[in-house]
Design a protein around this ligand. Structure first.
Ligand code: ADP
Length: 261
């Protein structure tokens, strides 16, 4: 309704999807994909009656296949739609399923757009309560075209508390506002490291940067995830912590984010 009221064309939803949530970041490497995957799983852990899917829109550096421990190519349905690959009960679609894992992805802008369009529309998602989209980092054409193609319930923006990451996270938040996508809140990642030997806590990237940015933007901090070796190890094994270490504080932090969206 908001889009119509503002004179923009009404956006066509992804078939079968009730709500789309995008997980974005200003920079690469801040933990966006890890958050997207654990958020998606957290939504199901919090309410097992919900159906959740993941779309990896990070076409240049798809990480969802590894994070969700999925390999292979999607089969086609009778209607020539791609069937998502499924693990942990979550249907997933990623450029990583369509191209060679080690091949460099060198595409021109238009090819990327058509790839994104295919990943969104040519997929048999089934009925989903939530589609979680792992966005590419930054505020380029791909991000804009996604926000202008489908209705988005809200954006979750992930950042470390480091000035240089915060600057770009802020740009991301402003972009979503410009295109009328509500910013649901920020996630502060890698804020604190606790030495496993002496238990001393170090704020490697700063302590409260994301909290300060959230208050500047007038949005919430949805979660504060520590820098923890378990998150990295389990992610690399394709065993997201929400499922593999359900009693850990980090799993709890991801579930809290899921309950806030
Ligand atoms: P992005 O999607 O922003 O590029 P990723 O989610 O791929 O970032 O994370 C980058 C790397 O950092 C990965 O190796 C991931 O396992 C690791 N990582 C992310 N968040 C944490 C964390 N809180 N603690 C430890 N390692 C993390």
């Amino acid at each position: 309704r908001q889009h119509v009221a503002r004179g923009l064309p009404k956006l066509k939803p992804v078939a079968g999807v009730k709500q789309t949530i995008v997980v974005a970041s200003g920079k690469g490497g801040v933990g966006k994909s890890t958050t997207a995957v654990n958020l998606a799983l957290g939504l199901v852990v919090n309410d097992p009656s919900k159906k959740v899917g993941i779309l990896d829109a990070d076409v240049y550096g798809p990480s969802v296949p590894k994070l969700m421990n999925l390999k292979g190519s999607p089969e086609l349905t009778e209607n020539n739609l791609m069937r998502p690959l499924v693990n942990f009960g979550i249907p997933c679609m990623s450029m990583g399923f369509l191209v060679d894992e080690t091949a460099p992805i060198v595409w021109r802008g238009l090819m990327v757009m058509s790839a994104i369009e295919k990943l969104l529309r040519q997929v048999h998602w089934g009925n989903l309560d939530y589609l979680v989209i792992d966005m590419p980092p930054g505020t380029g054409d791909v991000q804009l075209s996604i926000t202008q193609n489908i209705p988005i319930a809200g954006a979750v923006i992930v950042s470390t508390p480091q000035d240089i990451a915060l600057l770009d996270a802020r740009r991301g938040a402003e972009m979503f506002r410009k295109v009328n996508v509500p910013v649901l809140g920020l996630v502060q990642n890698m804020s604190v490291f606790q030495c496993p030997k002496c238990l001393h806590q170090t704020h490697i990237f700063g302590e409260d940067g994301v909290k300060e940015l959230a208050s500047t933007l007038g949005v919430e901090v949805l979660g504060d995830i520590p820098l923890h070796i378990n998150i990295m190890k389990m992610s690399d094994l394709g065993q997201p912590v929400v499922l593999s270490s359900p009693d850990s504080p980090e799993a709890e932090a991801y579930r809290k984010i899921a309950s806030a969206v």
